[in-house]
Design a protein. Sequence first.
Length: 126
Amino acid sequence: PPLNPLLLPHAPWPFSPPQPSPAGAQGAPGKRAIDRWAVLRMVLLTCLCKASCADKYLASVQDVAVDLGASDGQMRASLLAPALVTGVMGIVIGTLADRVGRRPTILFFFALMPVSVAACAWAPDA
């Protein structure tokens, strides 16, 4: 069986910088090669942003609970809900992207974002 390249010390990615392609090597016409280092940087930056947002929210949980008059259970649910939604939607969006393609899926959810933000902004107070 082939070995996992992530476990090998001489693996080309993600442990070493990208190597130049051999002279004359080309991909399919009209296709660009994926820059794996750019993808890795983007994923790491996204994880960093998500972690820093969670840390800022955790620091203000008590103040939010006092301001909104929320119980401890409600505040715990507000911490758990985003993680559950992220896990479930990863499966749903991945399946949708497999069926209709990545580009339409990404464009749909990019268009949905400002609509959802506007809906939150105009939501009535409780």
